[in-house]
Design a protein around this ligand. Sequence first.
Ligand code: SF4
Ligand code: SF4
Length: 93
Amino acid sequence: MLTYPHGYIDGQGREGELMRFKLPWIDMVKCDIAEHCGQCGAAESCPTGAFHVLQGPSDFEPDAPCRTAIDFELCKQCGDCAHACERGAVKMV
Ligand code: SF4
Ligand code: SF4
């Protein structure tokens, strides 16, 4: 049986649902963090710090832009970041 995040496909190719859960996803085209590299409502609303802003270039990534990121080990799938993002750039999928 093949499993994947939202369900499974059994030996006969039938689909079923194991459990339903969603994770936050960032639309990098809609997100304007690279333009202001500052306040992010989604990050500020995240209760665990999973949603955060990476401040851009570092010794390890000298060409990296300022960007938003999610630590999925900390994420508890509450959806607060998606509700808080004023540009609709964060979705639970
Ligand atoms: S609130 Fe949304 S659009 Fe604004 S910086 Fe955060 S993720 Fe990007
Ligand atoms: S779903 Fe909740 S815990 Fe996960 S990144 Fe968004 S606000 Fe943080």
